[in-house]
Design a protein around this ligand. Structure first.
Ligand code: SAM
Length: 286
């Protein structure tokens, strides 16, 4: 008998991976959590039937969500991470000796517990002494902060369930206030390709642009995410991610990365015309 994991990438398109074994299935107060073993992508972790992380391609997501802002401003010292329960974002951040504090706010403790047990590839840096874990709603947490962080990374689920509020105007305003004058906000920004994701991505861009003087998106190729074409948002009070990149400073750190390099940093901000068009139109409509 064959076992397959299938995720809807649009109403009319499905993506399937052959499963060797289901290792864990549980329902937390927020979402259903599954861990599966597969031959092609190694171990995979899903929430409510959507792939969050696979062993084979997680490096792309975590390299690009962390190293792009860190290379733009090498003086980042205080970081807030929202979501990110699998640990991959914190793993990459802890590689920078210059970072002094990482506050991570994950609403679902069960995600962290399950990943610590089944996903050691990503959940391997929570014990770093600079990491403070808070199991609460990131939307409420950020409201209590002002002028505090150099960088906020929103490593969230899609805008459904507990992640919905992480795509609202009010949340982006609170992030702006929680950042200091050097502040950078990077967020999981959905995909431009299929309509249901593109709608969310246009809306997020329009909302972030209301608060941040510098606001753009950059692209990555993630094979297991819908259409494979995924975006991150980069918003900032001061730093331009392309003009302010200090490639030499980042390369001098000698960090080994499998996806990120300072050429792809610049290249990822060069967008296809249809994406440029969507971003332009998002400013005209809601
Ligand atoms: N790389 C992933 C992706 O986009 O597919 C996202 C990874 S991470 C697992 C997303 C996490 O965001 C989940 O563990 C979820 O519990 C958390 N999350 C969702 N809403 C949240 C909220 N309001 N506050 C804090 N964490 C939240």
């Amino acid at each position: 008998m064959e076992l397959w994991f299938t995720e809807n990438h649009s109403e009319e398109v499905r993506f399937s991976i052959k499963v060797d074994k289901q290792l864990y299935s549980g329902q937390s107060p927020f979402q259903r959590i599954d861990i599966l073993d597969t031959k092609e992508f190694g171990r995979i972790f899903t929430l409510d039937g959507y792939i969050m992380v696979t062993e084979k391609d997680e490096f792309i997501y975590h390299d690009m969500i962390v190293h792009v802002p860190m290379a733009t401003n090498p003086n980042i010292k205080k970081v807030l991470v929202i979501g990110a329960g699998d640990g991959g974002t914190v793993r990459e951040l802890t590689r920078y000796k210059t970072i002094e504090k990482i506050d991570m706010v994950e609403i679902d403790k069960q995600v962290v517990d399950v990943c610590k047990e089944y996903f050691k590839q990503t959940a391997c840096a929570f014990e770093d002494s600079r990491v403070n874990l808070y199991f609460e709603d990131g939307i409420k947490f950020v409201k209590t902060k002002s002028n505090e962080y150099d960088l906020i990374i929103v490593d969230s689920t899609d805008p459904i369930g507990p992640g919905e509020g992480l795509f609202t105007r009010e949340f982006y305003k609170d992030c702006f206030n929680a950042l200091n004058d050097d502040g950078i906000l990077v967020n999981q920004h959905e995909s431009p390709y299929y309509e249901m994701f593109a709608k969310q991505m246009k809306r997020a861009h329009k909302r972030i642009e209301e608060f941040f003087p510098i606001c753009s998106v950059y692209q990555v190729h993630i094979p297991t995410y819908s259409s494979g074409h995924w975006l991150f948002g980069f918003a900032s009070k001061k730093y331009n991610p392309v003009n302010d990149l200090d490639a030499k400073a980042w390369n001098d750190l000698g960090l080994e990365t499998k996806y990120y390099n300072t050429d792809i940093h610049v290249g990822s901000f060069m967008l296809p015309n249809y994406v440029k068009d969507m971003l332009k139109k998002s400013c005209e409509e809601e």
